[in-house]
Write a protein that binds this ligand. Structure first.
Ligand code: UDP
Length: 374
């Protein structure tokens, strides 16, 4: 059987690789952009590995995912921390015990720490929605501070909605940490591919049975012919784009959130103190990325990107984040049911195909599972 993979991002690359390795079948990967690697794409400029679609930090607890990727790249030992500037005060998020000490005067910080440790087990990670439920006056002050300064405005910028209107799954990605751990991720395995994500994905795709076609849209006659062939059992299609596009927007456009990056070269060693600095409650951008930190690149100048969340507009900008709410999930389900009722050899996957806020390791895991199930 022939296989078409639509999209050369991390999901498409892993599926293509497994089809070649495990089924020894031919695969054509159609990529509409001029480069592989999807939103993980990075490139070298002035000796710095720049991540075109924003900072990606690999992290996983899944040993199978880790073992799979390690066949194609080594990872450095980078453990991600995020500095947040809150009304001029520099602290770290997720908010943790050290964040309390860098934000409040010592006497107040000591009182808050003591009360937190009386209430929570050391090491707990508390979603902000639960953290707001405090009986004690001092802890209520702390919870309101964290909510107001870290979540409220960032969420309005990032999603264009109030925290209460956002799925709690999204805000609980960044819990309050009742510990000294200042890392952004606590997964067992973390790091950045030593030669970048593009090279890692290039190597995943590097197989004699895989051919990658850049600048190739899955649309028009090609799409109709391939869908007909899939009905006849001649071809399998693995589609990592958005399901509404696959089905010609027959039920309407699925909403997403998009991003705009404002890149600058700065003629000094470092621009800021950390790879990512969040501005949760100040300015219109959410964060500033400084790329040279990720691979400890020694260069005389630096490259930064300010990240501005924007509304996704079909045909005008890129899809970055599915927006998890009841009406969008129902629209997605309607498309999925139509797909399953109409086509037999068409599989959707990835952040767009599944309309799910996957991290990179989730995408690899889903792709591994999909191919094992075939
Ligand atoms: N968040 C926030 N303030 C922050 C960081 C995150 O309110 O300083 C919330 C926000 O709603 C965001 C979510 O937590 O969309 C998830 O953050 P994460 O850093 O995981 O987002 P990503 O890196 O995937 O864009």
């Amino acid at each position: 059987m022939k296989n078409i993979v639509v999209g050369a991002g991390i999901s498409g690359a892993v599926v293509a690789n497994l089809l070649a390795e495990k089924l020894s079948e031919e695969i054509t990967v159609l990529e509409q952009r001029v480069h592989i690697a999807g939103n993980c794409f990075d490139y070298k400029e002035d000796g710095i590995t720049v991540q075109k679609y924003g900072a990606h930090i690999f992290h996983t607890d899944n040993i199978e995912v880790w073992k799979f990727l390690r066949r194609y790249t080594d990872f450095n030992q980078y453990m991600h921390k995020v500095v947040a500037v809150i009304d001029g005060i520099h602290t770290t998020i997720p908010f943790s015990i050290p964040s309390i000490y860098s934000t409040f005067p010592p006497s107040l910080a000591q009182k808050l720490e003591r009360k937190l440790l009386e209430k929570y087990t050391y090491g707990s990670k508390v979603p902000i929605s639960d953290f707001l439920q405090q009986d004690d006056e001092d802890l209520r002050f702390l919870a309101n501070f964290v909510y107001d300064k870290i979540f409220k405005d960032y969420t309005a910028k990032q999603w264009g909605v109030k925290v209460s209107e956002l799925s709690s799954k999204v805000s609980s990605r960044v819990p309050v940490n009742i510990s000294m751990d200042q890392r952004y991720f606590t997964d067992k395995y973390q790091g950045i591919p030593v030669n970048g994500y593009t090279e890692m994905i290039q190597r995943i795709l590097d197989h004699k049975l895989i051919s990658v076609k850049l600048n190739s849209c899955f649309s028009g006659d090609l799409k109709s012919e391939l869908l007909k062939d899939s009905q006849k059992g001649l071809v399998r299609i693995f589609y990592t784009g958005s399901i509404d596009e696959l089905l010609d927007y027959k039920y309407g456009v699925l909403p997403y959130r998009s991003l705009k990056f404002e890149f600058s070269k700065v003629n000094r060693d470092f621009y800021q103190e950390n790879s990512v600095v969040n501005y949760p409650c100040n300015y219109d951008f959410t964060r500033i990325h400084e790329f040279k930190y990720f691979l400890s690149e020694q260069t005389p100048s630096t490259i930064i990107a300010k990240e501005y969340p924007i509304e996704y507009k079909l045909g005008e900008n890129e899809r970055y984040y599915p927006i998890d709410n009841h009406s969008n999930n129902s629209l997605y389900q309607r498309y999925k049911e139509h797909l399953q009722a109409t086509f037999t050899n068409v599989f959707v996957l990835g952040r767009l195909g599944d309309y799910h806020y996957y991290d990179m390791d989730d995408s690899v895991e889903k792709a591994l599972n999909l191919i094992h199930s075939i």
